[in-house]
Design a protein around this ligand. Sequence first.
Ligand code: PGA
Length: 262
Amino acid sequence: MRYKIVAGNWKMNLNQNEAIQLTNDINQYLSNNNLPKQVKVAIHPPLPYLANCVNYISEKNNAVFGVGGQNCYTQTSGAYTGETSPEMLKDIGCQYVLIGHSERRKYFNESHAFLAEKVKKVLETGLTPIFCCGEQLDIREAGTHEAHVGAQLRESLFDLSKEDFSKIIIAYEPVWAIGTGVTASPEQAQDMHAALRQLIANQYDKDIAENTTILYGGSCKPANAASLFSQADVDGGLIGGASLKAESFTEIIGIMAKCLSA
Ligand code: PGA
C-alpha cells in the first residue's frame, strides 16, 4: 500500500524533557483521533532521546506512530567510535531511519556510494529507510533539478532489487526550501514527485512506482500543508521546524487526514 506519512525531523533540537513531552502530546493526539488507515506518523528525535521517546508511544498507537533515527552507519558493530548501527536502532524499537538528508550530505560529505551502502544495510536490518534527495538553488535556477535529483536516486538506490526498492520511502526536499521559510509551490513539488515516480516506473515498473511513498520536505507547515498534500504525487511530508511543536505537527497530521477524506 502507498502510505501517507507525516514525519517529524527534530534535527539537533530539544532537551530530554521537551522530547518526552512532545512525544507524549503527539501520542495523545493519536489516541484521540482515528486516522485513515493508510496514514502513518513518524518522529525522528536526536539519538540520545530515541529509546525514551519509543517508550512514550502507547501500544494502541504502535501500528500508526513510529520512531526513527536521523542517521546510521553501514556496519553492525565494531570499532567505529561515535557511530550507531541500524541493528541498534532496531533493538531500541525504531522503525525508520533518515538517509542522505541534505545536511548530512553538506556537513558530513556523505557520497552517493556511502548512502547506497547505508540504504542496503538498513534494509537488511528490517528498518525502513526514508531516503532524502533534493537540489540546491543554483541547480533549480539552471533548470537541471530533475536530472540532479534523478541522479541521486540512480546512484544510491537503483542497484536495489525490486523487492528491496519497494520497501523504501523517498523524501524530496529542495535544499533552498529547508529551514528558509520558502516552500516549493505545490506545482513545483508535484512536478518533481511525478518525475521521480516516472523514473522509478522506468527503472522498475509502474506498480512499484505507484506504490512508492514520496514525501515533500522544506518549510512545510500548517499554512501550506493542504495545498502540498492535495497534489496527486505528494504522499505527505518530512517536517523540520514545524515538527518541534505539538500544536503545529498535529495540525499537519490532521490536514493529511482531511486531504484523504476530501
Ligand atoms: P524544515 O526542514 O521543515 O524546517 O524546512 C525540513 C527538513 O530538513 O527535513
